[in-house]
Structures are given as C-alpha cells and as structure tokens.
Design a protein around this ligand. Structure first.
Ligand code: FAD
Length: 394
C-alpha cells in the first residue's frame, strides 16, 4: 500500500511497528515483520525511486553473497532477484600492461552476484507495496526522535510540512547517518565511534561493446590493483560495467592531483591502460560524479528497551571492500526473523538477543572489510599471492 503525500497529514500512525528507512534493509525487514502478522508503517525520506532516474552518488551495483541470498529466500524473493543477477565466479586482475589473471572465488559453481542497487530496491518496493500489512510513506524525513514520549518529528520533503507521529516500536534502518541512532547517542552509556579512511571513491563506467556485449569478461569482479589504490568493475545486464575508483584524497596520486581532464586521461592511460579506451565518458564522469567518503561506524547498544532497534548500516556501517554491508544488513533480517519465531511478541527479549548475537559478527566484518582493502589493492597483485592461489586451486 502506498500513501500519497496529500493524504498524510490527516493520517496518524496506523501501524504498530514503525520502520524508518526504505532502503534495501528497511524493505526486507518490513516484509519479514509483515509476514509475522504485524502492521508496518514504513517511512522513507526520498521520493519513490521507481519514478526517478538512478540515485546519484551511490554505487550502482552491489555484490550479493550467500548470507544475502538466504535472507531473500526467507521471504520468497530470491528467484525474482536471481533473474537480474550476474554470477561473478572469481576476481579478474588487470596488470599495468593489460595482462589478466583470474582467481576463482571457490570450487566450481561458487560465486558472488552482481545486482543493481536501484533495481533491487525497486523490486523490493514493489513487493513491499503488494504486502497487505505494510503502508509506505515516501518523502518523509525523520528530523528527531523523542525517546521518552515515543514520538517522531517528521518533515514532508515535498510540502515542507512538519508533524509529530507517535510510535509504539521503532526500527531504525535509516543508513549510516541514521536519525534514529542520533537519538540513542544522547542516552547514557551509549558507545559510538566513526572512522573515515583517507580514501574516497568515485563511480565511473565501462561502456557496453557493440550489440550490448560485455567488453571484458562478464562473469567476474574486475580489479586493477595498484598498491596504494585500485579500481574495480562489476558487470551490468546491459553490457556495461559499473567501475569504482578507490583513491587517496591527498598524496602524489590522489584526487588532489587530478584536477583537469587532461590529467585524468593521462593518469588512466598510464595506470589503467586497458580500461581507458572502454571509458569514453571518463572525463565527464570524473568531474561530474561526486567523490564519496568511506566510513566504519560502530555503536552499542542497538536497542532502547523494547521500543527501538537499529539494524543495517544504522547499526554497523562498514567500508565496502568485503562486499558485505548489505549482505550483513540482510542477515540481520534473517536473525531477527528466527528470534520472532522463537519468542513471539516478547520484544524485549528479541531485541536483547538480537544485538548480543549480531554485534560480534558485524564487528568482525568491519575489521575484515578494512583488512580486505589492503588485500584487494595490493596483495592480490603480489606474484607470491598469485602463485599461492595457483597452488591452492590445483
Ligand atoms: P541504506 O541503503 O543507506 O538505506 C537507508 C534508507 O533510509 C535510504 O533509503 C534513505 O533515504 C533512508 N533515510 C535516511 N535517513 C532518513 C531519515 N532521516 N528519515 C527517513 N528516511 C531516511 N554491500 C554489499 O553487501 N555488497 C557490496 O558489493 C557493497 N558495495 C558497496 C559499495 C559502496 C561504494 C558502498 C558505499 C557501499 C557498498 N555496500 C555493499 C554497502 C551497502 O550499500 C550498505 O550496507 C547497504 O546499502 C545498507 O542498507 P541500509 O538499508 O541499512 O541503508
């Protein structure tokens, strides 16, 4: 069910569960909650992305792995997603001469999958909308949460109207810069840390070859490891690749030193020579696409009594080098679902067990993600590593 903005001001909180954030995790969580028979009211700051173009500045493709698939299977949507996913059987390394080395991810048949973030989000919004127990409200930004009064200060971003919405139970899935979490941050004994890398990232494109074919190997995650930085590329269904350049903000080779189109082209020609001819939009994209930062956010506790729970990036934002941020958020939903089966409506117990189970795992993933940056940008190109991989794969 979708509510139009004009009817919102007359509607009070109808659901007994409020989900803040209609991103990937918020949609999946809403489906799980509704399947348990709950009425869910889902608020999303953005307009309905199904009517808009690609969302600027966000990675277009994501790697979906086992823990993500399991969570999608739990609500019966894995097959629909599989139809638009491209298997990546391993890493394809590109050296500075354009030479290629392939490292399989596992035994035959084991793969991770490239899926479009917007496509997945759109598909999930379709499913959410079809679910009788869920009401979706777009253009609704949470400005503040009053934990004592259990009230949300909401802004309608279309009409600029503000209103107060009561909640009984609130799920904060509003991403790394969560408004729900910022209310918890003001409570006693709430631990919080955020750490930025000295690297940013920029989205770029390898165009499809003639006839919508893939100009480089389709079923691989491509990496151009260059020691202190790297570029990666994930395949799209239309033959193009979504590339991400992970690059220092400052230093000899950095965003600070690439200031003109000529400098960008010269740099790519020298460092990523086989990619450059496949990137006709490079100069435009490099200066038009934003440079985004990379942050790890840790906090605890994730629950406030049996009223509020954080999940997804709001609870544990990690850097993308392990390809597990969304997958971990999806796994949050799997675990919460199991606890709902075990404990029914005992929310206090569900929230407590959820955070105790998930926190050590997501902390470990946060560490692995930072570690894997070094591996991807540097160690995967080390001849000793390549030899070891060859021996392992025999
Ligand atoms: P988000 O996707 O951030 O969604 C939050 C939602 O809440 C948004 O829709 C937002 O509009 C809404 N919102 C925010 N604030 C408010 C508010 N105040 N009021 C109302 N609504 C609000 N993960 C993987 O698993 N695999 C990958 O390959 C991968 N690659 C990545 C590459 C990059 C470059 C980056 C940056 C991340 C990558 N991730 C990857 C991580 C992944 O994108 C996140 O972990 C995932 O999007 C988290 O989902 P979420 O729903 O918790 O948060």
């Amino acid at each position: 069910m979708t509510d139009t903005p004009s009817s919102i001001s007359s509607v009070e909180n109808t659901g007994n569960l409020t989900v803040m954030g209609g991103g990937l995790v918020g949609c999946l969580l809403s489906l799980y909650l509704a399947r348990h028979g709950h009425q869910v009211e889902l608020f999303e700051r953005r307009p309905d992305i199904r009517g808009a173009g690609p969302v600027e500045g966000r990675s277009i493709n994501l790697a979906l792995s086992d823990r993500g698939w399991r969570a999608l299977e739990g609500v019966g949507i894995a097959e629909a997603v599989r139809e638009v996913a491209i298997a990546m059987h391993g890493r394809m390394m590109h050296d500075t001469q354009g030479g290629l080395t392939f490292q399989p991810y596992g035994q035959a048949g084991q793969s991770i999958y490239s899926v479009s973030r917007a496509g997945l989000n759109r598909r999930m919004l379709d499913l959410v909308e079809q679910e009788p127990g869920i009401t979706v409200r777009f253009n609704q930004q949470c400005r503040r949460v009053d934990l004592k009064r259990q009230e949300l200060e909401m802004l309608d971003t279309e009409t600029q109207q503000e209103r107060v919405v009561p909640y009984q139970r609130l799920f904060g899935v509003d991403g790394a810069y969560s408004a729900v979490r910022s209310a918890l941050q003001r409570t006693d004994r709430f631990n919080y840390s955020q750490e930025y890398l000295n690297y940013g990232y920029k989205e770029l494109t390898i165009e499809a070859a003639a006839g919508g074919q893939w100009a480089i190997e389709r079923n691989a995650l491509h990496i151009w490891p260059r020691g202190q930085y790297m570029m990666i590329a994930l395949p799209n269904l239309d033959g193009s690749f979504n590339c991400t350049l992970f690059f220092p903000y400052e230093g000899p080779d950095s965003f600070a030193t690439l200031q003109t189109p000529a400098q960008v082209t010269e740099f790519f020609g020298r460092v990523f020579p086989d990619a450059l001819p496949l990137m006709p939009q490079l100069e435009t994209e490099f200066f038009e696409n934003p440079t985004a930062s990379l942050v790890t956010i840790r906090c605890f506790p994730w629950a406030e009594q049996d009223h509020v729970l954080l999940l997804g990036d709001a609870a544990h934002a990690i850097v993308p080098f392990y390809g597990q941020g969304m997958n971990a958020g999806f796994e949050d939903c799997t675990i919460l679902n199991e606890l709902l089966h075990q404990h029914g409506h005992d929310w206090g117990r569900i929230f407590q067990e959820f955070e105790a189970l998930r926190k050590p795992n997501t902390d470990a993933m946060a560490d692995l993600a930072v570690y894997n940056f070094q591996e991807m940008r540097d160690r995967v190109a080390d001849p000793r590593f390549l030899l070891q991989k060859k021996i392992e794969s025999k």
